[in-house]
Design a protein around this ligand. Structure first.
Ligand code: GDP
Ligand code: MG
Length: 370
């Protein structure tokens, strides 16, 4: 199969596209710049031009193919990752806080609650749920745009006194586009003017059919203020997660995504990473986006230093060379040489994406040849 266009290969080697076309012609292949060539031909060309073949792209190929490269027997159940979406003032922040308050280990751990962009709740039954603490449709779609579909389940918050509003509908559309299952939390049910039934009916117009109305979308009446319905909501999240059979291999080099990142006074560049698979450890060498580094310390959502973090666990990572962007991929690699190699490869990808949006070069070269 064809793996790369002549122009792309030329770019990577920093050679003239026309020279590659000439060489290909000598090899008996009449190919133009924007045509693709196969792996063997590409390797021949690379050697002919005196370059080394780097198979750095393999690490990148693995990215985002959850579980696929791990043998089935290595897969273990992991916590669901939940995002809360909904219209402004419908109670997203209040619900996140209320759910956080249900954590049975928060008190015992002695740690101080930290806002690191995500947190974990241990339920009465001992199950764990990861909540992304950055509600907002922009964060959700930006992450998706960057290829990071980190959310397993969306909770759609709808205020029972206000009903479906523009951002509610926007959230429904984002969730549908992402193909993520939804649980509807009808909030503010403590208010006398609350009308949960009207919310269910209005949802029908957007093809969201809750169980009561004969559909398969779970819904629950809650009050983030009075803290009612929270156990039921948690139950429904766990039920949904069970159906989805969420798994990951914890015994491999870690891969994760940046949830948020900033430059911290005193601590330097800090990123909250949600581990997707494998186990991230202190001392691990990694690449985040196009930055490389070595894990100096890991801090959990309770503000405690930890030695490692497994699948679905959010942790602050210290030891970065720069501030990455939300959604950026973190990949643990075997050594620093490899880290630099992958980082350089990714940097090149980023640069090429930028130049690709300026089509003049390409067109000119093509017409010059034909
Ligand atoms: P967000 O914009 O979606 O994050 O909404 P907030 O959590 O900031 O809540 C907006 C307002 O609604 C605040 O004044 C909350 O106190 C109030 N609120 C949130 N949940 C409830 C609830 O269950 N009942 C009532 N009565 N008020 C609530
Ligand atoms: Mg809020």
């Amino acid at each position: 199969p064809e793996v790369i266009t002549v122009q792309e290969l030329a770019n990577r080697m920093a050679e003239k596209g026309a020279d590659l076309v000439k060489s290909l012609f000598k090899m008996g292949q009449a190919v133009t710049l924007n045509q693709s060539i196969d792996q063997d031909t590409a390797e021949l060309l690379v050697e002919e031009f005196g370059h080394r073949i780097q198979r750095v792209s393999e690490a990148d190929v693995e990215i985002g193919i959850e579980g696929e490269l791990d043998p089935v027997e290595s897969l273990k159940v992991r916590a669901p990752v939940v995002t809360i979406m909904g219209h402004v003032d419908h109670g997203k922040t209040s619900l996140l806080d209320a759910l956080r308050g249900t954590d049975v280990v928060a008190g015992e751990s002695g740690g101080i609650t930290q806002h690191i962009g995500a947190y974990q709740v241990t339920t009465k039954g001992g199950d764990i749920i990861t909540f992304l603490d950055t509600p907002g449709h922009e964060a959700f779609s930006e992450m998706r745009a960057r290829g990071a579909n980190v959310t397993d389940i969306v909770i759609l918050v709808v205020a029972a006194d206000d009903g479906l509003m523009p951002q509610t509908i926007e959230a429904i559309n984002h969730t549908k586009a992402a193909g993520v299952p939804m649980i509807v939390a009808i909030n503010k049910c403590d208010k006398p003017e609350a009308n949960p039934q009207k919310v269910r009916e209005r949802l029908l117009e957007h093809e969201i059919v809750v169980e009561d109305m004969g559909g398969d979308v779970q819904d629950v009446q809650v009050s983030a203020l009075k803290k009612t319905g929270l156990d039921e909501l948690i139950e429904k999240i766990l039920l949904q997660a069970e159906v989805m059979e969420l798994t990951a291999n914890p015994d491999r080099a870690a891969e994760g995504n940046v949830i948020e990142a900033q430059l911290d006074k005193g601590r330097g560049a800090v990123a909250t990473v949600l581990v997707r698979k494998g186990t991230l450890k202190v001392g691990d060498t990694f690449v985040i986006g196009a930055e490389s580094g070595k894990v100096r310390a890991l801090v959990n959502d309770k503000g405690q230093q930890v030695k490692f973090a497994g699948p679905s666990v959010p942790v602050e990572v210290l030891g970065l060379s720069g501030v990455p962007m939300a959604g950026d991929q973190m990949t643990v690699v075997e050594n620093e040489a490899r880290a630099r190699e992958v980082a350089a490869y990714r940097q090149e990808q980023i640069t090429r994406k930028r130049t690709a949006s300026v089509p003049t070069n390409f067109e000119n070269m093509f017409s010059a040849l034909s």
